[in-house]
Design a protein around this ligand. Structure first.
Ligand SMILES: O=C([O-])CC(=O)C(=O)O
Ligand SMILES: [Mg+2]
Length: 232
């Protein structure tokens, strides 16, 4: 995994402005046709784009039952659960430019919400990808926090899911994501680029973007349209 701040900035600069489709093409140009595209059922909560470096964590189903208790005892139990069982030790590691990638093992909870996404965002995270759910979505959208998820879930974590490991390989929509991989995400979904091939992928992705711009610029001119930033 890239460690220095400068190396991270250089890596991210290679992908700045590239679309998911350009990066898809750049992977193809490197004979990676089989790899990188996260399943199309993992979608953005709203139209936005992000380029970042993956920071992964895995969560698994909670195996234990919830003891019977009174509502006034439940508040304390939930506090314990979030601090000891479904915690997020990876959040202390967040660096500028991270995309948080969570595997929630198919559990129907909103592991991401209005609070924890904003907290991570304030620490430098640029966006979030989960193969599970997000909740509090009206506020997440209002706060403009980029999230790609499989579904929206109303449910909290306690009694349902627990933290298992951080910085481990995770399977997100059929792609193994490692901490340090490059993540590009936009309205077309999410693509993952293994760090080792990132410069070669970015080079041919850039070629595809420039060809697309050139072609569409000619069509804009034929149509008498004003040129916008997507063709300049
Ligand atoms: O509690 C959670 O795990 C997610 C959530 O609702 C929030 O952060 O607002
Ligand atoms: Mg919440």
């Amino acid at each position: 995994m890239t460690t220095t701040k400068t190396q991270r900035e250089e890596l991210l600069a290679l992908f700045e402005g590239l679309r998911v489709t350009d990066v898809r093409d750049g992977m193809d140009w490197n004979m990676m046709h089989h790899y990188g595209s996260v399943s199309y059922d993992i979608r953005p909560l709203f139209r936005t784009r992000v380029v970042g470096i993956a920071r992964t964590a895995r969560y698994v189903p909670y195996e234990t039952f919830v003891p019977t208790m009174k509502p006034e005892e439940y508040t304390e139990w939930v506090r314990w659960y979030y601090s000891e069982v479904c915690n997020d030790p990876w959040s202390k590691d967040i660096e500028d430019g991270d995309v948080i990638v969570l595997d929630q093992s198919g559990v129907d909870v909103g592991i991401l919400g209005s609070n924890n996404t904003l907290d991570c965002f304030s620490r430098g995270a640029r966006g979030f990808v989960t193969n599970g759910g997000v909740r509090d979505t009206d506020e997440v959208i209002l706060q403009k926090i980029p999230v790609w998820s499989k579904f929206i879930s109303q449910k909290m974590d306690q009694g349902r899911i627990r933290f298992e490991a951080k910085d481990v390989p995770v399977n997100i929509g059929g792609v193994v994501v490692n901490s340090g991989d490059v993540i590009v995400a936009d309205g077309d979904g999410v693509i993952v680029v293994p760090q080792g091939i990132a410069p070669e992928v970015a080079k041919y992705a850039r070629q595809e973007l420039e060809n697309d711009k050139k072609g569409r610029r000619r069509l804009y001119e034929r149509l008498g349209w004003e040129l916008d930033e997507t063709v300049r």
